[in-house]
Design a protein around this ligand. Structure first.
Ligand SMILES: Cc1cc2nc3c(=O)[nH]c(=O)nc-3n(C[C@H](O)[C@H](O)[C@H](O)COP(=O)(O)OP(=O)(O)OC[C@H]3O[C@@H](n4cnc5c(N)ncnc54)[C@H](O)[C@@H]3O)c2cc1C
Length: 455
């Protein structure tokens, strides 16, 4: 017989998740801990601490999505079936489009679809609360999730926050006084919401709409401090406002300082931060397009739309409810939608899909070989070509190199303009050289379902 452990679930959570490098900091475990845990922020990072001398509820472990996301089971739960393609997940229709309200579109990340749809739901009284993530007022370099109940609050949550955001901490305040909510989050945060719905947890009973973002990489807080160092700013308290996607699409990373100085770097240039500061969790996450959402939204990356400017999104209507919402908005001329094919979507996002559906699975297999903890997703590809393994070797070396302290210091001391320009050039060369191995034959990738007991 196993000895009685008063803190069985807390110990399990620590061992399997918190004390590993795969801890995503989504806030889920704390949000449903019934007040046993709190989330402490230190230097932009987050750690759960125990407030009470008792164990956490079992649901804190079960709702966490850092170690287990059973995509086959959750797909059946949410959509009643498995997706036809594991590359993009279940879908009813795929569109390219944008919100028609110019102000919303301009202030959003891509086409303003998420903010526009949140606003529409509130105006039509289909929801009475909108879960959105905004930058904090008193510490504008940190983000927080709120339940917005006015248009102004919704607009204040627009734009992507590329840095760790413990979105699901909001579960502490749910269901609260709200009868119907719309939730927006990243793939693993959404997986936790779906797990909680699977377990019929009270906190999520009124979440009626789930919007998901496409997501290649999430950055650690060190991305911001390193960016600031490059621009000779060492004190976070000097920041007045911070945006990751300011201005016309694709926008800029922009820091407004209290002394009036403005630092602005184009989004594609600021991408140089990715290899050095990508979180481990997102490096091994295989869900690029928020496959468990009702509607998923990403950037409309394609030369045609990039030339047109103004902001374009790719939109995947996954559930009937999600599709109906988009069609109702279209009937009322709130949104411009143009249906595109599965093939068009693959063409626009092949790099991101490859990074997750081949790259992340190779990286997971490599970790497993080394005996390191790995996330389990309930399925995996079976025929990744040898050429792709070779590319991953090189890519892993580059990521390793970019994460070295001495390399980061070199980057921090290079002239910012040169850094961005050089990174874009290097990325273009890399994309061209690896085009065939990375873009080629994505549709030929086959997957198998794995036995998995956890949800
Ligand atoms: C970390 C991250 C990585 C991404 N990677 C890609 C990518 O590789 N390819 C791609 O095509 N698109 C990516 N996106 C999505 C893209 O940046 C846009 O968010 C998406 O196109 C929706 O645009 P929109 O104009 O409709 O959103 P908006 O109208 O600007 O609304 C965005 C909504 O998302 C919420 N939100 C923003 N950041 C977070 C966060 N960190 N956690 C939870 N909620 C958040 C906001 O609060 C707001 O409600 C990423 C987004 C994030 C946050």
């Amino acid at each position: 017989m196993r000895p009685y452990n008063k803190f069985m679930y807390w110990d399990k959570l620590k061992k399997e998740i918190i004390d590993t490098d795969l801890y995503s900091r989504s806030g889920t475990e704390v949000g449903v801990s019934g007040g046993v845990l709190d989330l402490k922020e230190k230097n932009g990072d987050y750690y759960p601490i125990k407030l009470l001398d008792r164990d956490i509820p079992e649901i804190s472990c079960k709702a966490s999505s850092d170690k287990y996301i059973n995509y086959p089971k959750l797909n059946k739960f949410v959509f009643g079936k498995l997706p036809e393609s594991w590359l993009v997940g279940e879908y009813k229709k795929i569109f390219i489009g944008h919100i028609k309200n110019k102000n919303v579109r301009r202030n959003a990340s891509s086409g303003g679809i998420v903010t526009g749809a949140q606003k529409y739901l509130l105006q039509k009284k289909l929801v009475d609360g909108v879960i959105t993530t905004k930058m904090k007022k008193d510490q504008p370099y940190l983000s927080e999730s709120i339940i917005a109940t006015s248009t102004d609050e919704i607009l204040g949550g627009a734009q992507s926050k590329y840095v760790i955001s413990p979105t699901n901490l909001i579960l502490r305040d749910l269901p609260g006084k709200y009868n119907s909510l719309v939730y927006t989050g990243l793939p693993e945060q959404i997986a936790s919401i779906r797990k909680l719905q699977y377990y019929k947890h009270d906190s999520v009973k009124n979440i009626n709409y789930v919007f998901g973002l496409f997501y290649g990489e999430l950055l650690s807080f060190s991305a911001l401090t390193s960016f600031l160092k490059t621009h000779k700013v060492c004190d976070l308290k000097k920041i007045k406002r911070l945006f990751y996607r300011y201005g016309e699409w694709p926008g800029s990373m922009r820091v407004e300082l209290k002394d009036g100085r403005i630092i602005s770097v184009k989004k594609f240039y600021a991408n140089y931060l990715i290899p050095s500061h990508i979180t481990n969790f997102s490096y091994y996450q295989v869900d690029y397009m928020s496959e468990l959402a009702d509607i998923s939204v990403g950037d409309g990356w394609s030369p045609v739309y990039e030339k047109r400017g103004d902001g374009w999104s790719v939109i995947i209507a996954r559930s009937e409810k999600g599709l109906k919402l988009l069609e109702d908005m279209e009937k009322e001329e709130r949104v411009y939608l143009q249906e595109i094919s599965f093939g068009d979507l693959l063409k626009m996002h092949s790099h991101g899909i490859d990074f997750k559906k081949r790259g992340a699975f190779i990286r997971i297999a490599n970790r497993r070989k080394k005996g390191l903890p790995v996330p389990e997703y309930g399925y995996e590809p079976v025929n990744i070509p040898a050429s792709r393994f070779r590319i991953e070797k090189l890519l892993s070396f580059l990521f390793w190199l970019f994460k070295q302290r001495f390399f980061i210091m070199i980057l921090e001391n290079l002239p910012p303009k040169f850094l961005g320009w050089f990174f874009v050039l290097a990325r273009d060369v890399w994309k061209k050289k690896t085009k065939n191995a990375k873009k080629g034959n994505l549709t030929g990738l086959r997957f198998k379902i794995k036995k998995m007991d956890n949800i």
